[in-house]
Design a protein around this ligand. Structure first.
Ligand SMILES: *Cc1c(COP(=O)(O)O)cnc(C)c1O
Length: 442
């Protein structure tokens, strides 16, 4: 299986290993499969694996064509077993026959980003071992991504992680998750904003000397190593819905950078029975506006209750356009029939969280709540799957006042919150970062 950049038409290709190592293509584009494999989605093996509680047996079968020819192909089964060792349940909602919620928050940091981060960590660690060189992952985080990456890489000897986050601008629980991951993961409480952190990470990754000396790499959400594993749970849920309801389901996906939704559309492209994908955004309405006007105009980012979706220029937009282009035998007309987008403002997110216990017997996180509103507003077509992207206890300061009681913290997250936390104050400039890397990796 070969990958190519969204910015060249398949003329230059790389292997899965190169795509994962590089993260972003040298021309600034994102890596996509040159051609999607079509799987025999009605095979007995897939049907059987789709009924298992954990994702590993299914992912091994469904994702294998995507790593064909890779140096880690032989270790692929054990990568899946190590990465996907928690349940990803599809829960039917009794009050709404035909509606199910795909709970993506049973991993160590209680959000769907665990799935992609853990697969990437396993893959990069094994590549590093095979190549006999260490890697250092640099991440800037505004909250959730850093926690998932820190936890995923914590036990990988071949890889160290340096995380930059804006001091005082993330929640106490989020900070604890970044700073309690042991000696291989160093968290820098940085003066300035998230954008300052991100700018410094970009500058460091563009500095050839630094990259070479420290084996710097990115674990950014644009990595194919994070996107591919996310296909697996959408594909698995699509077969479960098909078996139960006899027709393909619509998927409603809370959307920010468009990674999770692109993964669902890749699964559809590979042949899995997904009828339609609804992108539920918060008040940042770049995507809904694009579907309405055909124009992609980024505006300043608005802060919302669903803050992991506070994105005005979705980084995977190029992948969406690439999927619905001639390169994959498709067109923008098809995009409009297969995908739609809806913006959900904060007041409606609040109302959905408030009404969740009574209407659905569920407590929603603010991101999932946006999905629930989108489901209701798009005519509540069934069968439908709503992706539940985070556990409500991660956003307790928003959710608890609205539902009127405390939300128990899941065991894996509670375990992390009990560990001692170590943080380092940091002034963001390249010279400081270089010195920090020397100290950290000495
Ligand atoms: C990251 C995140 C999202 C947005 O996912 P994208 O892949 O960026 O579209 C939604 N909900 C939660 C809880 C997240 O952490």
């Amino acid at each position: 299986m070969k990958y190519t950049s969204t910015r060249n038409s398949g003329t230059e290709t790389v292997s899965f290993d190169q795509a994962v190592s590089l993260g972003l293509a040298p021309d600034g584009g994102l890596y996509v499969p040159v051609a999607f494999p079509t799987l025999d989605v009605s095979s007995e093996d897939l049907a059987k694996a789709s009924q298992e509680t954990t994702l590993a047996p299914f992912a091994k079968l469904a994702l294998k064509p995507f790593v064909k020819g890779s140096a880690i192909a032989k270790e692929f089964d054990s990568i899946c077993e190590a990465a996907f060792d928690f349940p990803v349940p599809l829960k039917a909602i009794a009050q709404h026959p035909g509606l199910s919620v795909l709970e993506l928050f049973h991993g160590p940091t209680a959000a769907f980003k665990d799935v992609g981060a853990r697969f990437l960590a396993q893959t990069l660690a094994r590549l590093s071992k095979l190549e006999g060189r260490r890697r250092t992952i640099l991440v800037a985080t505004s909250g959730d991504t850093g926690g998932a990456v820190a936890s995923a890489f914590a036990d990988q000897n071949e890889v160290s992680v340096l995380i930059l986050y804006p001091k005082g601008k993330i929640s106490a629980r989020q900070e604890h998750q970044l700073t309690a991951m042991g000696s291989r993961v160093r968290a820098l409480a940085t003066t300035g904003s998230f954008d300052d952190c991100q700018a410094l990470v970009k500058a460091a990754l563009a500095d050839e000397d630094l990259v070479k000396t420290h084996g710097l790499a990115s674990a950014n959400s644009i990595s194919v190593g994070r996107l591919l594993p996310q296909m697996a749970y959408h594909a698995k849920a699509s077969l479960q819905m098909m078996a139960k309801h006899g027709k393909p389901a619509t998927f409603v996906i809370p959307t920010g950078n468009l990674g999770n939704a692109t993964a669902a559309l890749w699964a559809k492209k590979a042949g899995f029975p997904i009828k339609h994908v609804v992108l539920a955004t918060n008040a940042n309405r770049t995507l809904p506006d694009y579907f309405e006007t055909g124009r992609n105009t980024a505006r300043p980012t608005i802060s919302t209750l669903a803050n992991a979706m506070d994105v005005s220029a979705p980084s995977n937009f190029e992948r969406l356009l690439n999927l619905y282009s001639e390169a994959h035998g498709s067109s923008l007309t098809e995009l409009k029939t297969e995908v739609s987008a809806l913006s959900v403002p904060d007041d409606e997110i609040k109302k959905a969280i408030q009404n969740g216990p009574q209407q659905y017997h569920e407590i929603w996180c603010p991101h999932t709540a946006a999905g629930v509103v989108a489901f209701e507003k798009t005519g509540s077509k069934i069968p439908t799957v709503i992706a539940a992207t985070a556990h409500p206890a991660k956003f307790e300061t928003i959710v608890e006042p609205l539902v009127g009681h405390s939300v128990p913290v899941p065991a894996s997250l509670a375990e992390i919150l009990k560990r001692p936390s170590v943080r380092h104050e940091f002034e963001p400039n390249l010279a400081n970062l270089s010195a920090e890397l020397d100290r950290f990796l000495a």
